[in-house]
Design a protein around this ligand. Structure first.
Ligand code: FMN
Length: 321
């Protein structure tokens, strides 16, 4: 399955993993790349450049295939500007295949990144942002619909509409994300004009994702109507799994005292909950795609199966005419 995305990154399948704080670490990243996709290391897992470089080097020992790094440019109490600079610098020095940026545009880094031969893409939720990325010299954009886990843009446009709108507007490759978890989603994305897909929630239910087994069980149990949008009131909309803590967050937002939100939203709380498997202890960012996840597979099984299913659908559709 050759597309502009597979050509851009030198990968076998047009499937990549999106950044996931605390989850996208060397084991999962290398497993996805070894399976033919583009794995992901999320830089914000690491408080210093030194730790981040170590993670990149560990990944290089686990795979000789291309992988990407997520750098989320959002206000952070934990990560300083100097550390953000180091993330980009280290990606260039270590010559990772690609950087996935989210949040603020990374225009000040693009020249340096290209000089190092590294590709750079940005996750966007609006046509106007995709156009801006193309102008700034990004190599690709990721069209992220409101279905996605993490922080969908508060334009609230669905993947189904956003993907063809962006594909019709920019010339650079378009990767789509939000609501994709199987070969049907991949076939649909290609039909909508995308060059490939990004998934995140689906990769949590893989053998190589090192979260507590309780979390994987919970992901299998929950359905597409069991996520909700939180923290719109503080300009940081997020899609999270419904639980008692998320209900408390929504109540605080309704009552207007948003200063009470911060202790409930700390990264530390989420980090611990992924490890202990306490499914009510944190607001877990997951996408509506959770409804499509009903087994735990290896990354190789997942990617091979997806591509086979997508190819079959696309072939069957040709036979219809
Ligand atoms: C647990 C989790 C953590 C995430 N953390 C980040 C992050 O740190 N930075 C980022 O840009 N996106 C993050 N995302 C968003 C994903 O990269 C991706 O855009 C989105 O989840 C795709 O939708 P899907 O989960 O339905 O596949 C996260 C998603 C999940 C599920």
């Amino acid at each position: 399955m050759q597309t502009k995305m597979t050509e851009l990154f030198g990968i076998k399948y047009p499937i990549m993993c999106g950044g996931m704080l605390w989850l996208c670490k060397p084991d999962l990243c290398a497993a996805i790349s070894n399976a033919g996709g583009l794995g992901n290391i999320t830089a914000a897992n690491y408080d210093s450049g030194k730790e981040f470089r170590e993670a990149v080097r560990i990944t290089k020992n686990l795979t000789d295939r291309p992988f990407s790094v997520n750098i989320t440019l959002m206000p952070s109490f934990r990560i300083s500007q100097q550390t953000y600079d180091q993330y980009f610098q280290i990606c260039c020095e270590e010559k990772v295949a690609a950087i996935e940026v989210s949040g603020k545009p990374a225009q000040e880094y693009i020249g340096m990144v290209h000089e190092a031969g590294v590709k750079i893409m940005h996750k966007v939720g609006a046509v106007r942002h995709a156009v801006n990325c193309e102008k700034l010299g990004y190599d690709a954009v990721i069209a992220a619909g409101i279905e996605e886990g993490g922080h969908p843009l508060n334009d609230d446009v669905s993947t189904m509409v956003l993907t063809p709108r962006i594909a019709d507007t920019v010339k650079i490759p378009v990767i789509t994300t939000g609501g994709i978890a199987d070969g049907r989603g991949l076939a649909a994305a290609l039909a909508l004009g995308a060059d490939g897909v990004m998934m995140a929630t689906r990769f949590i239910a893989t053998h190589e994702c090192l979260v507590h087994p309780n979390i994987k069980d919970e992901i299998l149990k929950r359905q597409e109507n069991e996520t909700t949008l939180i923290t719109k009131s503080i300009g940081m909309q997020g899609r999270a799994l419904k639980n008692a803590l998320v209900e408390e967050i929504l109540n605080i937002e309704k009552n207007g005292d948003t200063s009470k939100l911060w202790p409930l939203l700390t990264g530390q709380r989420v980090k611990e909950a992924w490890q202990t498997g306490d499914v009510s202890a944190a607001a877990f960012y997951v996408g509506q795609s959770i409804g499509l996840v009903n087994n735990v597979l290896s990354c190789a099984q997942l990617l091979d199966g997806m591509v086979e299913q997508a190819a079959q659908i696309l072939r069957n559709n040709q036979e219809m005419f």
